[in-house]
Ligand binder design. Structure first.
Ligand SMILES: [Zn+2]
Length: 82
């Protein structure tokens, strides 16, 4: 089954955000984009390159959009800046 990604943003999100997503069967992925953006010549793990996204099994339209909206809404209600 293919996956779809949504909610891509800067920085990392904590496990508490991942727990909210997990209620919907959605995974939180925190990752570093390659390279350096902070000017410090980082060889890897540049703090300015932290990103996050959510991933879930793709079920097609409109289910995927509805799922993403529900998860993002609950995260915002919980106080996350997503
Ligand atoms: Zn850097």
């Amino acid at each position: 089954m293919s996956e779809f990604h949504f909610g891509v943003g800067k920085g990392f999100l904590p496990r508490s955000a991942g727990r909210i997503a997990a209620k919907y069967g959605v995974g939180l992925v925190n990752f570093y984009e390659p390279g350096c953006s902070c000017g410090g010549n980082c060889s890897q793990y540049c703090p300015a390159n932290k990103r996050h996204w959510f991933e879930a099994d793709a079920r097609g339209f409109p289910q995927d959009d509805q799922l993403a909206t529900r998860v993002m809404n609950e995260l915002r209600e919980a106080g996350f800046d997503v």
